[in-house]
Design a protein around this ligand. Structure first.
Ligand code: RAM
Length: 886
C-alpha cells in the first residue's frame, strides 16, 4: 500500500491568490510497514481544470526521495490562473501509488499594471475625520451566465466585504498587518457562488485597525495614514468566455455605518439604530449616500496574501457568572483568551450592552484592569429594540478571561454570551503530555499563549496598549511555536517586514512592523530575530528559500553589529534590553544583572555562526569562510573579555553561564567549570531560577546537555516561586510576562507592565518537546528528513509523550518508566529515517516488539553509547522495552 496525501503548495492547502513565481509543492506518503522511502515521484500540473488534459508541467518520473518543497519549474505562471496538480510516487518496496487527489493553487494579480481599480475613500471629509466606520457600495449588472468570478481586494485600514448581503469570506482583520507603506497585502476570493442574474451589490465596511487606529503606549494614531480607503477589482468570466470587471472607482457611494468607534485596543461602539438595513444588497436605495473620492496612493507596494488567514478558531462558553465583592457582575470564560464576545440581547431601543474585558481578578476577587494601561477593551452596543439582537464586534480584539457586564437590559444569562477565539489559522501540529498534570497545564498555557499572540503578527501581549511585534519575544519563542503549530507561512510574512523595516544603517527595529519611532531599534537579542527566526524555520521545515530570501537582511544585521563601537569583535556599545525582567535586576529596573555587553557579544557570536552556516548552505563560500572567521574572532574576544584565564565567567549570573554554554563560547576545558558554577548558582538559590527573557529559554537545555538533566527536571517541577509551575498554582491559563505577575500574597507585581498572556517564558516548550520527549531534526537533513529521537527521562516524571506533524508526517516519541522497566514508543513517517537513543539501555536487554534488536525489522544498526543504546531505524512504529537499573 502506498498513497500520496496531504498535498500542500507553499505550505497551504489549495492557496488562493499567491504571487510566488516558483511555488513549492509538498506531499506526504502513507505506507504500511517499515523503512519505506520514496524512490521516485512524478508531478503533473494542469491549467484551469482538474481533468489534467491541459498539462503545463509534467516532471516525468524523477528518481528522488524529495517530497517536500519541490519547486514548480514549468513555464512562467500566468496571472489570475488556477493550476491543478497531482503527484504519484514510487517506493523502495516496489509499490507505486495511484495519482493523488488533485490539489490546486491559484495565482493572484501578478502585475501592478493589471490593477485598473482605484483607491477610493468617502468624499465627505467629516466622515473621513470621524471615528465612524464608513460603508462603501456599488451596484452592477449581470446579464449572462457566470462561469467564475474573483475579487482582488485590499484596504488602508481593515475591511469587511459583502456581495448581495453575504460576507465573501470568514477571514478577519484583512488585509492583515504589514509594514504598509512598503508592503500591503491584497486578498483573492472566489465569489462565483455569490453572484446573481440581474442587479448585484457589493459593499465594504472599513475600520481603523493598525493603519489609522491607536498603536503603542504613547497614544499615537494614524501612523500609516489618516484616510481609510478601499481598492477592489472583481473579474467576472462568463460561460461564453467573455470577461468583465467591477472596480473601485468614483462611481461608488459612501455613507456612515453603525460602528461609531472601533479601535484595536479600545473596543467598539455600535449603535444598531443606525443600521442601514440591507445596505449591501441590490434592493437598497442609496440615493441619499455621498460619493467617494479617488486617492492618489501607490499600488506598487501590493503583495499577495502571504500568511494563513486570521479567523474565529473556536467558541468558548462561560464557565461561571460571578458577583464580585464590589457587587459587579462578571462572566468567567475559564480561559485567558484573545478574540471577543458575541452575545444575544433583547430590550428597548436605545438601551445598552456595555462589556469590559480583563485578564484577572484582584486578590479580593474584584475585576482588575490596571494592567491594561490605556487599552479600554470596552464594547458598547446600543439596541435597536426589535426583538432578539445578536452582535459581535468587527475591527477589534480583546485579551481576556473575565468580562464585566457594565450594562445589559434583562437578565444576564451565560448562555447568551460566547467567547470567540481569534488567531491566525495555523495548522496545529504538536502536542505534549506527561505524567504530571501541572506540566500538562503548563503545555496548555504555552499553547494558549501562542493562540493569543499569533494574530497575523507575533506579538508580546494581546491585551494592554502594546500588542506589538516585539522581535525579542518572537525569537525566544519561535522554536516552541514550530512544534505546536505550522508557523512557516506566518514567519515568512513577518520576516519580509523585518527586512523591509531595517533602518538605513540596517539595524533591526524593536518591533516589526516598526511603529515605535526613529531610535527604537537594535537591541541585542531583539534584533537577532533577523538571523534566529529564518534559521529556525529552515531547521524545522527544511525551508531553504527563507534563507535565500532573508540572506541580505541577516548579513546586514551582522554587519551592523560589526560596525558598532571600536572593537569589531565585541558588542559593548548601545542600549539593550539585556536579560529582560530577570529576577536579579536592580530595584526599579527591568534589565537583569547579566552585563548587556556580555549578552550582546554572545548573541553577536550566535548570529555570525548562523550567518556562516547559512552562507554555506546557499553556496556562498567566500561569505561562509568570512563569517566562520568572524565567529571565531568574536568567540576569542568573548573569552578574553568575559572568561578568566582559569575558566571562570566574569559575570556570576545564571543567564551569563547559560549563554556561554548554549552558544559554545567557552572552550572544552572550561565547559565543566562553567557548568559546575551554574549548578552552584542554582544551588545557592535553592534550585530556583533568576533568569529573564534571555537566559530562561536555554536554561534547561544547557543543564540537560551538560550532565545535569536531573536539575533541569527539578527546575521544571518546582511549584514555589519563582518557577514555571508557580503561576499554575495561582490559576494561570496562559503564560505570564513576570515570574511574579501575581505574588504569593495575591497582590500584583505592578500595574505598569504586567501581562498575563506573554509567551516568552513559554519557550520551555522547546525543551519539553526536544529533550523530555526528545524529538529533534538533524541539522544536516533539516525539516525532520532525518530525525533524532533522544528522550531524556528525569526524576519526577514516569511518562512523557510528544507528537508533531512534520512536513513528512507524524513523528511520535513516548516513554514510560515503570519501576525498573522502561518502554519507548516511536513512530517515524515514511520517507524519513531516524536515530533513536534508548536512555539507560543495554543492548542485550532491549527488545523491539518482543524481538531482539538483531531480529527486528527496520533497524539498520545499533550500538552502545554513553547516553544509552543508539538505534538507526526507518519509517514505521516501534516499541522498545528493556530493564533499567537507575
Ligand atoms: C515590554 C514587553 C515586551 C518586551 C519589551 C522589551 O514591552 O515585556 O515583551 O520585548 O518590553
Amino acid at each position: 500500500m502506498l498513497k500520496v496525501k496531504k498535498l500542500r503548495c507553499e505550505y497551504r492547502e489549495n492557496p488562493m491568490g499567491i504571487d510566488v513565481a516558483a511555488p513549492r509543492l509538498s506531499w506526504q506518503l502513507i505506507a504500511d510497514g517499515r523503512s519505506v522511502m520514496q524512490k521516485a515521484y512524478r508531478i503533473q500540473v494542469s491549467k484551469d481544470d482538474d481533468s489534467f488534459k491541459n498539462i503545463v508541467w509534467d516532471t516525468g518520473i524523477v528518481s528522488s526521495d524529495k517530497s517536500v518543497h519541490v519547486e514548480y519549474a514549468g513555464d512562467a505562471l500566468e496571472s489570475r490562473t488556477r493550476y491543478y496538480y497531482r503527484v504519484k510516487a514510487w517506493d523502495n518496496k516496489g509499490n507505486v501509488s495511484d495519482w493523488s487527489d488533485a490539489g490546486f493553487w491559484e495565482m493572484g494579480m501578478l502585475g501592478t499594471d493589471e490593477w485598473a481599480a482605484e483607491w477610493i475613500t468617502p468624499a465627505d471629509v467629516n466622515l473621513q475625520a470621524s471615528k465612524v466606520s464608513p460603508l462603501l457600495r456599488k451596484e452592477f449588472n449581470i446579464t449572462e451566465k457566470v462561469k467564475t468570478a474573483r475579487v482582488y481586494v485590499t484596504s488602508l485600514g481593515l475591511y469587511e466585504l459583502y456581495i448581495n448581503g453575504i460576507r465573501v469570506s470568514d477571514h478577519l482583520f484583512t488585509p492583515g498587518w504589514t509594514s504598509y507603506n512598503k508592503r500591503l497585502q491584497y486578498q483573492t476570493y472566489d465569489v462565483t457562488h455569490l453572484l446573481e442574474d440581474g442587479v448585484n451589490a457589493i459593499g465594504a465596511v472599513l475600520g481603523n485597525g493598525w493603519y489609522k487606529g491607536e498603536l503603542g503606549w504613547k497614544g499615537n494614531s494614524k501612523i500609516y495614514g489618516d484616510k481609510l480607503a478601499l481598492l477592489l477589482q472583481m473579474h467576472i468570466t462568463y460561460e461564453d468566455g467573455k470577461e468583465s470587471m467591477v472596480i473601485s472607482d468614483n462611481s461608488w457611494k459612501a455613507s456612515t455605518s453603525p460602528i461609531l468607534m472601533s479601535e484595536i485596543y479600545h473596543g467598539e461602539t455600535y449603535d444598531a439604530r443606525m443600521e442601514k438595513y440591507d445596505w449591501n444588497t441590490a434592493d437598497y436605495d442609496d440615493s441619499d449616500w455621498n460619493g467617494v473620492m479617488v486617492l492618489d496612493k501607490t499600488k506598487k507596494n501590493l503583495v499577495a496574501q502571504e500568511s494563513v488567514p486570521v479567523r474565529v478558531i473556536q467558541n468558548i462558553k462561560p464557565v461561571g457568572l460571578i458577583k464580585t465583592p464590589k457587587g459587579e457582575i462578571v462572566i468567567d470564560f475559564g480561559q485567558n483568551m484573545v478574540g471577543r464576545v458575541s452575545f444575544v440581547v433583547e430590550g428597548p431601543a436605545g438601551s445598552e450592552v456595555v462589556l469590559q474585558h480583563a485578564e484577572v481578578l484582584d486578590k479580593d476577587g474584584n475585576f482588575y484592569t490596571d494592567n491594561l494601561r490605556h487599552a479600554k477593551q470596552t464594547v458598547r452596543y446600543i439596541l435597536k429594540g426589535n426583538g432578539k439582537e445578536c452582535y459581535e464586534p468587527h475591527f477589534t480584539f480583546q485579551g481576556f478571561r473575565y468580562v464585566k457586564v457594565v450594562s445589559y437590559p434583562g437578565e444576564i444569562l451565560p448562555e447568551n454570551f460566547t467567547g470567540r477565539v481569534i488567531h491566525s489559522d495555523m495548522e496545529v501540529t504538536g502536542n505534549f503530555t506527561c505524567s504530571d498534570e501541572m506540566v500538562n497545564q503548563l503545555q496548555h498555557n504555552i499553547f494558549w499563549g501562542q493562540k493569543g499572540n499569533f494574530l497575523d503578527v507575533p506579538t508580546d501581549c494581546p491585551q494592554r496598549d502594546e500588542r506589538l511585534g516585539w522581535t525579542g519575544d518572537a525569537q525566544v519563542f519561535i522554536r516552541t511555536a514550530c512544534f505546536n503549530m505550522n508557523v512557516a507561512p506566518f514567519f515568512t510574512k513577518w520576516l519580509r517586514d523585518l527586512a523591509a523595516d531595517q533602518s538605513e544603517e540596517k539595524g533591526v527595529p524593536h518591533v516589526i512592523p516598526h511603529v515605535l519611532g526613529d531610535n527604537s531599534y537594535s537591541s541585542s537579542a531583539w534584533g537577532d530575530a533577523a538571523t534566529i527566526c529564518p534559521w529556525t524555520i529552515y531547521i524545522c521545515y527544511g525551508d531553504k528559500r527563507i534563507l535565500e530570501e532573508q540572506y541580505a537582511s541577516m548579513k546586514q544585521w551582522v554587519e551592523y553589529i560589526r560596525r558598532q563601537g571600536d572593537n569589531e569583535y565585541l558588542w559593548n556599545t548601545g542600549i539593550h534590553y539585556g536579560d529582560w525582567l530577570g529576577l536579579d535586576s536592580k530595584e526599579g529596573s527591568y534589565v537583569g544583572a547579566t552585563p548587556t555587553d556580555l549578552i550582546a557579544t554572545a548573541f553577536y557570536a550566535n548570529s555570525a555562526d548562523i550567518l556562516a552556516k547559512t552562507a554555506k548552505i546557499l553556496g556562498k563560500l567566500a561569505d561562509a569562510s568570512e563569517y566562520e572567521e568572524l565567529h571565531k574572532k568574536i568567540v576569542d574576544n568573548f573569552r578574553k573579555e568575559f572568561v578568566t584565564p582559569n575558566g571562570r565567567l566574569a559575570s556570576s549570573t545564571q543567564s551569563a553561564h547559560v549563554l556561554a554554554l548554549m552558544f559554545n563560547l567557552v572552550d572544552d576545558r572550561d565547559r565543566n567549570r562553567v557548568t559546575n558554577n551554574l549548578v552552584k548558582l542554582l544551588e545557592q538559590n535553592n534550585y530556583h531560577l533568576t533568569t529573564g527573557f534571555i537566559g530562561t529559554p536555554y536554561l534547561c537545555h544547557v543543564l540537560s546537555q551538560n550532565g545535569y538533566n536531573d536539575i533541569a527536571y527539578k527546575l521544571l517541577l518546582n511549584t514555589d516561586y519563582p518557577s514555571w509551575l508557580y503561576q499554575i498554582t495561582k490559576g494561570a491559563t496562559t503564560i505570564w510576562e513576570h515570574w511574579d505577575g501575581i505574588k504569593e500574597d495575591g497582590s500584583f507585581w505592578s500595574s505598569d507592565m504586567n501581562s498575563f498572556n506573554h509567551y516568552a517564558y513559554g519557550s520551555i516548550g522547546d525543551w519539553l518537546y526536544r529533550t523530555v520527549a526528545g524529538i529533534n531534526t538533524d541539522e544536516e537533513r533539516t525539516g525532520y528528513k532525518h530525525i533524532f529521537i533522544t528522550p531524556k527521562p528525569g526524576p519526577g516524571l514516569s511518562f512523557a509523550r510528544a507528537q508533531i506533524e512534520s512536513m513528512y508526517g507524524i513523528i511520535l516519541s513516548s516513554w514510560k518508566k515503570d519501576g525498573d522497566k522502561m518502554q519507548v514508543y516511536v513512530s517515524i513517517p515514511a520517507n524519513t529515517t531516524a536515530v533513536v537513543i534508548l536512555p539507560f539501555a543495554d543492548i542485550k536487554d532491549v527488545k523491539e516488539g518482543g524481538r531482539k534488536l538483531e531480529e527486528a525489522e527496520g533497524i539498520f544498526r545499533y550500538e552502545k553509547t554513553a547516553d544509552g543504546v543508539k538505534v538507526g531505524i526507518g519509517s514505521g512504529d516501534y516499541t522498545f522495552s528493556y530493564g533499567v537499573s537507575c
